[in-house]
Ligand binder design. Structure first.
Ligand SMILES: [Zn+2]
Length: 237
């Protein structure tokens, strides 16, 4: 049975109730969840599950087909049990801020240099992004950081829309990202639009407005070969 992904339409949902649909060892599948499973460069959430007579820490969350599997420490509820989930909000919100920071920066790098992103990874306290740009100078790094911060502070809204495949593929911004790699069978595409900055097909959680990101600081850069560059960032405030 597939799991309803509550975080996909409401990234600010911290607690929810659900039903255990399967148990295997120390892992449970729920009918719905606000816990984000590892994917798209964003690490899984942590938190707690509570049920009648017990509670446990959620130590790992992963997606398997349409199901979200929560690995628990400290006990396991029975199939059919009603559970209350609580997401570790400090960690999740930090990941949301870093995720929106990376998308914004990817929009800036494309606008300034026409460079496309090849990968990214977020952590609660830092993030990194890889992109194809043979020539990355100190001046360019400074320009990327300055332009990103200029845009973030303008307070651009971030909206999430779920579009039929054909409609998503018609958005010019999405063509340069990995939308063409989305498997044929997937008919609904979730699009994260940082209005006026960046638009991507993406499954992750984001803040609602770029002002929530704070200031981006480039903390390092690295040559990854074949024109690939890596930028490391941290957020101030
Ligand atoms: Zn993303």
């Amino acid at each position: 049975m597939s799991t309803e992904l509550l975080y996909a339409t409401d990234a600010y949902l911290r607690s929810f109730s659900g039903l255990v649909t399967a148990v295997e060892g120390d892992s449970v599948t729920l009918n719905r969840t606000a816990f984000y499973p590892t994917g798209g460069g964003q690490p899984h959430d942590l938190g707690t599950l509570t049920w009648d007579g017990g509670s446990a820490s959620v130590v790992e969350v992963r997606k398997q087909g349409g199901s979200v599997i929560h690995r628990l420490a400290g006990g396991v509820p029975d199939v059919g049990a009603h559970v209350q989930g609580e997401v570790d909000w400090e960690r999740r919100y930090a990941l949301m801020r870093h995720h929106t920071a990376l998308h914004s920066m990817s929009g800036v790098i494309y606008q300034l240099y026409g460079a496309t992103v090849t990968g990214g990874q977020m952590y609660p306290d830092r993030a990194r992004m890889d992109f194809l740009l043979p020539d990355l100078s100190t001046e360019r790094l400074q320009a990327i950081e300055a332009r990103t911060n200029e845009l973030l502070v303008e307070g651009h809204p971030v909206s999430i829309v779920i579009l039929p495949r054909a409609k998503a593929f018609a958005i010019p911004d999405l063509i340069r990202t990995k939308v063409n790699l989305i498997p044929d069978g997937i008919e609904q595409i979730r699009v994260v639009n940082i209005e006026g900055i960046d638009q991507q097909a993406d499954g992750g959680t984001h803040v609602a407005n770029t002002r929530e990101v704070g200031r981006v600081r480039i903390t390092g850069s690295e040559n990854k070969g074949k024109g690939n560059k890596r930028i490391e960032i941290a957020l101030d405030s």
